[in-house]
Design a binder for this molecule. Sequence first.
Ligand code: MG
Length: 454
Amino acid sequence: MMRLFGSNGVRGVANEEFTPQLAAAVAASAGHLLGREMALGRDGRTTSPMFRDVVASALLSVGCNVYDFGEIPTPALQYMVKSKGFDGGIMVTASHNPPEFNGLKVIYGDGVEVPRFLEERIEALVSQGGPEPVAWNQVGRVTHLEFLEEYVEAVVSHVDAEAIRGAGLSVALDLGNGVASLTAPKVAARLGCRVYTLNEDIDGEFPGRGSEPTPENLGGLRALIKATGASMGVGFDGDGDRSIVMDEKGEAVWGDRTLSLVAQEYLKEHPGETIVTPVSSSNSLEEVVSRYGGKVYWTRVGSVVVSRTMVDNGFNLGGEENGGIMYGPFLPVRDGCMTMALLLEIMARRGTSLSRLIAEQPRLYKGKTKTPCPNHLKEKALERLAQGVKAAQVNTLDGVKITYEDGSWVLFRPSGTEPIFRVYAEAAQRSRVKELLDQHVALIEKVVSELASA
Ligand code: MG
């Protein structure tokens, strides 16, 4: 059976890999399996109106009623699905991918992306040609809804708005020409912040800095922080679930450092709770979390895996190292607006700058690279790696993660789509990261060549 879903939805270059026909088949199958009342939203991409129309038609054809929320950030649509009691939802988006891409995220009735077993059922149905359409007089109806205001209020109500309003904070937002423009400035203003924005026009070609915020392309945000004296900067991705944060000095903060700060403050009020994160996150999270009486639950890599682990176990806080905090009391999904609001709350309550708060967190350096390995040798190579290294700890939850006595670690993960391993490393010194990457790339090259000639 063909696999359509990647780590977060179905995606591809529009009209090449991701066609209107494929979008229709996935939407009809999802509607058939999830139920009659389906929410629909889209990001600001050039091809999103086209895919909105085929998705709506496909849902109607299997008897679903469609509630079209128009342009909306993914987490806001997810909130609507849960709070309004829809059976499910479909978000037309390719998240942070380049402008030529598009895709679908399929949302379950609890507001979180559908679990893997439902993805498999959708894939099976698509490969069988999709569900039968209903009779002409059973076709559903479309209703257009506008509920962004309600989402903005809901985010605001989940933090100590009084404290934030009293703190006199200001924020610089790089909206990346994405749909976070519709919500993030409003949330910040409602929390009493002075708001400065950049790339605020929604534009499917992402002319500002591209749709993925990275420390390298946030120079404009850094300049805006410097020019305005903002207390914090936030750069959002194209559909508003991921965000990269900058302190008041214009220093970009990695997602696992913001997560450890949020986890620390959360555990002060909720001692003993469990924080969920993938094995690619910093081991230092464990140090911070245990200091405040909490536990870390490690998962495989992927935001849906983290969200689903939270739902299944009733855990309230999770996050990923690439900039996505999941705050369960609101909704256990990545949400750039909620992340911004939580950080503002921490700054207001602690009465100190973001750079000082981040400086309290362990300082570790990270690096990432890739190295070739034929697909058929990946499994064997991982086995040899796990057996062959002398290390304090070897974790095989997702790929192989090797932790050394000094706390530094290396993670090998096979790519699901390319004949490569992704290699991640973390250590207390920058030079040690380079050394780890060089050593382990050499090691994997040796293992692969031995296996190839065996
Ligand atoms: Mg995204």
